[in-house]
Ligand binder design. Sequence first.
Ligand code: NAD
Length: 484
Amino acid sequence: MLKKTSTELQYPVLQLYINGEWVGAQARKIEPVISPLTEEKIGDLPHATQADLEAAVVSARAAFQSWSDMSALERGAILRRAADLIRERADTIAGIMTLEQGKTRKEARMEVLASAETFDWYAEEGRRTYGRVVPGRTPQQRITVMHQPVGVCVAFTPWNFPSITPARKMAGALAAGCTLVIKLAEETPATGLELVRALHDAGLPPGAINAVFGVPAEVSSYLLSHQDVAKFSFTGSTVVGKLLAQQAAKDLKRATMELGGHAPVIVCEDADIDQAVAMLVAGKFRNAGQVCIAPTRFYIHRDVYDEFTEKFVQRVQALRLGDGLDEQVDVGPLANPRRVKAMEELIQDAVEHGATIACGGKRGQTPGFFWQPTVLENVPDSARIMNEEPFGPVALLRKVDSVDEAIEHANRLPYGLASYAFTRDSLTRSKLSRGIQAGMLGINSLHISMPEAPFGGIKESGLGSECGIEGLLAYCNVKLVSED
Ligand code: NAD
């Protein structure tokens, strides 16, 4: 039972982690960490100096040779030990995440357990970076294709999933034999540091991972222009992703980017409406909608629109807002005041463009960065919210006449991350599978994120994948060896 309230949980002391050592604030610049529930300071985060960043890269470079030389079996054993420690500590880590990020502890716990699973999965998959033997052109020629770790990697992770996003990058890089400097989100630093602590306690050699904080643009500029860095991985907005890609392109550094989304949901006339409503309310409002794969634009067939809307709004109105540590609460506060401002502006603009508010539409309780779970109807394409990722607790419902019309709407935006559809018809499924422009499509399912399957977007939603064999090979170079 998770009974503790926010005030009883201890928020940890925040430090940098460089070359296997915890580094405290000392004379470094400090940034406050703010509780989204109380709007009060809960921690002091030290920023890395330039010397710290350099030390982090130097230690990652120094560790690379021995870490990449270690067998995948041995590396996997360390990652699995870390996974066990994360599982043992899951309740505490989840509580810390709720304190700094706001999501419910139930959701946080699931995220932490999924992170442990991610370490486990990469620990095993690291043993399968198979190459291949290509038939030679002469009886003597032997052509081998090998996968080798790219080297020192850097990663930048956001505040909405402070555990699973760093876990994917840490586990992927380390399993492939790379070393890593990671800049965790300054707004939610403690959760990611607990993953680092688990790796440290599991016996990860010094330098294999380093965790830093700072002014994001300054840290990323320094790391991306460093000649010893071979690759970067970023999760965040499309705008920032493009900026980082430009910086990294100067030296042709490898890139994996998981960026914004604006997921369409197509509800066909033959859908199981009760099943669709239950899944979509849960999927839309988890983490208060601050999810890159959150269902956002709902295109509902005219024949089932009224039934879907009535049942959907009824369920949304029943969601309880409050402290994520309270077990009765379904939706916590937004992670920061920027999201509250964005909700205000986007919803006001939508209403000015003719949208109607079916429920919510206002700030929730204060203090705290709360926003009421909101449903908007009749939102025209000209409204900002139909084009910009809302990244908050708002669902946009639209009536359509056919699945073809819905697919056209779905593909209208430059985003192409997640997409969803509800139908029982096999021909419609096949049409959707072929026609939807997205990296991921869930049909009668919102379950599109698991370590064994590639997670990523197309168009302006990203580059490459995390998880799956694709996620591991993203940390490898391909080498051809031809012997005669
Ligand atoms: P933002 O674009 O300023 O920041 C997004 C993330 O990128 C943050 O974690 C931030 O620390 C980091 N970042 C920003 N500039 C950076 C830089 N130069 N170098 C390295 N990292 C940098 O905006 P925000 O207000 O934090 O979030 C707003 C938008 O970001 C959301 O509306 C959403 O579209 C997007 N976002 C997407 C994801 C995702 O999972 N894809 C996660 C968080 C935010």
